[in-house]
Write a protein that binds this ligand. Structure first.
Ligand SMILES: Nc1ncnc2c1ncn2[C@@H]1O[C@H](COP(=O)(O)OP(=O)(O)OP(=O)(O)O)[C@@H](O)[C@H]1O
Ligand SMILES: [Mg+2]
Length: 243
């Protein structure tokens, strides 16, 4: 059974329709990759699901309850967390303070336990607890942003372009972490332009183009279609030898 169920969802900015009657679902222990080029509507879709903007039509159900139009700060305690593209850290606060802010009204003991397991997942954050978030590397900041979303133990983690601006090695590390969290039972919805990075860890994938989902299915099937349609660019492993 699905944890998140989005049906016929549309988002408009004035007369601009950014998301057009999109449907998707994510189950517990599933990682869904939402692919698509610039301006496809990925951020608009994620923002509507996470309660940052109101959809113009359609419905969003989470844990079998209608959450359409419910604001982000009410969704977080219910177990739905967004890691925005901007990472939205407090740069003048330390790593530890940023994590504490992700915990909401969690009891001190629960926070300490959760922090321990977060540091197991992201050992580097343990070493950087007293460092100001603004002075962390890009990869460390992304990890902190993910860690902050995880600290209160969500059921669904939504990430908007976690690979943005990061070196390939750091991107693989982050994707491996998402796969590990999924294996632990978390539902993960991740928007990515970097299809090559996310498809290997995805359980399912959907391609969004100009506001609509034009293709969805198993990651390997999608990869073939994307490659044929030129969405993956030139591959070094492709048999074409011209650049
Ligand atoms: N606040 C806004 N006001 C008006 N139009 C907007 C706003 N935000 C997004 N749009 C428009 O909605 C469309 C979808 O944008 P969106 O940011 O959702 O796409 P995206 O797939 O996340 O793109 P990217 O990969 O570049 O992040 C674009 O045409 C964009 O210009
Ligand atoms: Mg975006």
């Amino acid at each position: 059974m699905s944890l998140l169920e989005v049906s016929d969802l549309s988002v408009s900015y004035g007369s601009v329709v950014a998301v057009r009657r999109v449907g998707l679902s994510v189950a517990k222990g599933e990682l869904l990759a939402l692919l698509g080029p610039n301006g496809a509507g990925k951020t608009s879709l994620l923002s509507a699901i996470a309660g940052l903007i109101a959809p113009t039509e359609g419905s969003i159900r989470f844990r079998d309850k209608d959450i359409t139009g419910v604001a982000a700060h009410r969704l977080a305690p219910r177990g739905l967390r967004l890691v925005p593209e901007s990472r939205a850290l407090f740069p003048h606060m330390t790593t530890a303070e940023n994590l504490r802010l992700g915990a909401g009204r969690m009891a001190r003991d629960d926070f300490d336990k959760s922090l321990e397991s977060i540091i197991e997942t992201f050992p580097v954050l343990g070493e950087r607890q007293r460092q100001l978030a603004g002075t962390l590397s890009g990869g460390e900041q992304q990890m902190l942003s993910i860690a902050r979303a995880l600290i209160a133990g969500p059921d669904l983690l939504i990430l908007d372009e976690p690979s943005m601006g990061l070196a390939p090695i750091v991107v693989s590390e982050i994707m491996a972490t998402l796969a590990q969290l999924r294996d632990q039972g978390l539902a993960v919805l991740v928007a990515e332009q970097n299809a090559r990075a996310v498809l290997p860890v995805a359980d399912s994938a959907a391609l969004m183009v100009r506001g609509s989902i034009t293709l969805s299915g198993a990651p390997d099937t999608l990869e073939e279609r994307l490659s044929a349609d030129g969405y993956l660019g030139t591959s070094s492993s492709s048999d074409s030898d011209s650049g």
